[in-house]
Ligand binder design. Structure first.
Ligand code: DX5
Ligand code: ZN
Length: 227
């Protein structure tokens, strides 16, 4: 049986950090029309990461532009201060960085109580053991395959082994949880990342690119998984 019939092809989450934010509505609609599964929104505060990106008003604008699930990635310190507001703004999945949470177990409960799916992100230097005590509470584990803060970086190859170790942990305690991988993902490396255990692929510059349409970029990913 072909590999892609044993496990579903990964879901695709275009990151609007790479989109033309001056035409956000159009860019998001193009992603939806092209077959994206989520819209990934990278929120950066200039403290947890050395970049400032977008925040609550942009989540609200994205909510008006699409019915796709909004996958909000909080690269901010003290994310517990903002969970309810991102939920009200329209987030469906809220992912916080484990490194930014003093009381991570409580913050995940807070996300669920706000009516959202709960995700925990691991930076490249953070060991899988950091989610051992909370793995059973998660809908998504986000494995960062670049150091967070910017799009257009190169995929860190050791992420493949880490994805496999996260998958082994989740299979033992929370098999329904998905692994989302984020950073440096292109059609060229997407299949190997999926084979390692990824269920959701985030892509920014590989989808919102001046060289080709959003639809063609998404098609380039989809074609990787047709056996
Ligand atoms: C980086 C963000 C990623 C980034 C992905 O901190 O979390 O979502 O936007 O961009 P690419 O796909 O260009 O690496
Ligand atoms: Zn992200």
């Amino acid at each position: 049986m072909p590999e892609s019939q044993q496990r579903p092809a990964p879901r695709l989450a275009p990151s609007i950090l790479a989109a033309d934010l001056g035409h956000l509505d159009t860019e998001i609609r193009r992603a939806g029309d092209g077959g994206a599964d989520y819209i990934h929104i990278d929120v950066m505060d200039g403290r947890f990461v050395p970049n400032i990106s977008i925040g609550l008003p942009v989540v609200e604008a994205a909510r008006r532009a699409t019915t796709l699930p909004l996958d909000v990635h909080l690269m901010i310190v003290e994310p517990e201060r903002y969970i309810e507001r991102f939920a009200e703004a329209g987030a469906d999945l809220i992912t916080v960085q484990v490194e930014a949470c003093v009381h991570v177990h409580r913050t995940l409960q807070q996300i669920r109580e706000a009516g959202c799916q709960a995700g925990l992100a691991l930076n490249p230097g953070t060991p899988v053991s950091a989610i051992e005590e909370t793995a059973s509470l998660l809908d998504v584990v986000l494995v960062m395959s670049v150091n967070p803060g910017f799009g257009g970086q190169s995929f860190i190859p050791t992420s493949l082994s880490k994805i496999g170790r996260v998958r082994a942990l989740l299979d033992a305690v929370n098999p329904a949880a998905l692994i989302e991988v984020d950073g440096g993902i292109k059609p060229e490396n997407a299949r190997g990342i999926w084979q390692a255990g990824a269920g959701i692929l985030v892509a920014g510059t590989a989808i919102f690119s001046p060289e080709r349409s959003v639809a063609d970029s998404i098609e380039a990913f989809r074609s990787v998984f047709i056996d």
